[in-house]
Design a binder for this molecule. Structure first.
Ligand code: PMP
Length: 360
């Protein structure tokens, strides 16, 4: 068996010990004689799995007591619909900070439910930066202010949480959640898909302040009404059971590694190694402002798309896979989430240097 270094943006690499444990427990989970996939979601075995996963998640992220954690379905793009449905209440508009492709998708969806106020955008820069806080035109009457904590396609990440006054702050944290500590109390709500740092696709996590529950528009499907999900302990409908089980194993793995401070140290080290290599290169470059470079998704390119194609093919041949950049921006993208070991980034850095020496 050969395992590659997988730089996929998501669904992404998982920690190997997690996959091994899942394989060992596949046919018989803890003497139950069943796979987790075959269990009733309301049976005692799965309830234990769910309760442990929820408790570990709260512990890792240090979620304050006034917040409810929902394990649900729908993904981040689904959330782009059901977050406004749940939070608008009697308000009619939402403020957006637009920092790239995923922000744009969120904004496009919001138009269906509310008036959109584009409070700030970095489109003019080619989405290589985050608009400075002084330039934002926030509306005090907005239902909430939305930002994308990490633009997975462009490789732009917020490294601080902005102050937006008394209007709740909402963030799409799909590609940063559990990669570093986060002060949840600064947000009204955070949401994201699990398939980057947490587990398989299919699980969507919402962390919401209790005061924002109970405002859902009447058209909100019950299975996506946060109040209903919170009242039913994420069990109003059948939750994505196997994805929750794997997420629980990942939470245990993160805890054993030293929790989110340890993840942050490692992720910062991996990202620095890669960005330093790109900065020292005369062939490859990263276009993002240094202050908001992503630690999760490192984007880079050569001046010639044909060289980019050759780079990706050569990487593939060495077991450094899924490095092709998103089709919207081209070039390359190395996604280096929690499960990517330092050795994987070291192998990529060695290849970048070799490729440059050959194509100078
Ligand atoms: N937002 C961000 C920041 C993402 O990275 C992604 C997935 N790459 C999405 C939204 C879309 O998520 P999903 O496909 O789970 O709906």
């Amino acid at each position: 068996m050969t395992r590659v270094h997988n730089f996929s943006a998501g669904p992404a690499a998982l920690p190997e010990p997690v996959l091994q444990q899942a394989a060992a427990e596949m046919l018989d989970w803890h003497g139950s004689g069943m796979s987790v996939m075959e269990m009733s979601h309301r049976g005692p075995q799965f309830m234990t799995i769910l309760d442990e996963a929820l408790a570990l998640f709260r512990e890792l992220l240090d979620v304050p007591a006034a917040y409810r954690v929902l394990f649900m379905q729908g993904g981040a793009l689904g959330s782009n619909a059901f977050v406004p449905m749940n939070l608008l209440g009697d308000k009619t508009s939402i403020d957006f900070i637009d920092t790239g492709e995923w922000s744009k998708k969120t904004i496009a969806e919001a138009h269906k439910y509310a008036a959109v106020n584009l409070a700030a955008s970095s489109a003019a820069s080619g989405y290589t930066t985050i608009p400075p806080r002084e330039s934002w035109l926030l509306d005090p009457a907005a239902a909430y202010v939305h930002l994308c904590a990490n633009e997975t396609i462009g490789g732009v990440e917020w490294h601080t949480t902005p102050d937006v006054g008394s209007v709740p702050l909402v963030a799409d944290v799909s590609s940063t959640i559990l990669s570093r500590p986060l002060d949840v109390s600064r947000f009204g709500l955070i949401y994201g898909g699990a398939q980057k740092n947490i587990g398989p696709a299919g699980l969507t996590i919402v962390v919401v302040h209790e005061s924002l529950l109970g405002r859902a528009l009447p058209i909100t499907p019950s299975a996506f009404d946060f109040r209903v999900l919170a009242d039913n302990g994420s069990m109003y409908n059948t939750p994505p059971t196997y994805a929750i089980y794997i997420a629980g194993l990942v939470f245990n793995w993160i805890k054993a590694q030293g929790g989110l401070p340890a993840m942050e140290r490692r992720n910062a080290e991996k990202a620095a190694l890669l960005y330093d290599t790109l900065d020292a290169s005369s062939l490859f470059s990263n276009m993002v402002d240094k202050a908001c470079r992503s630690r999760m998704n490192v984007t880079f390119k050569t001046p010639d798309p044909r060289l980019d194609t050759a780079f990706v093919a050569g990487a593939d041949a060495r077991g450094l896979v899924q490095l092709k950049g998103h089709r919207v921006v081209g070039g390359m993208r190395a996604s280096i989430y929690n499960a990517m070991p330092l050795e994987g980034v070291q192998a990529l850095v060695n290849y970048i240097k070799e490729f440059e020496a050959q194509h100078r």
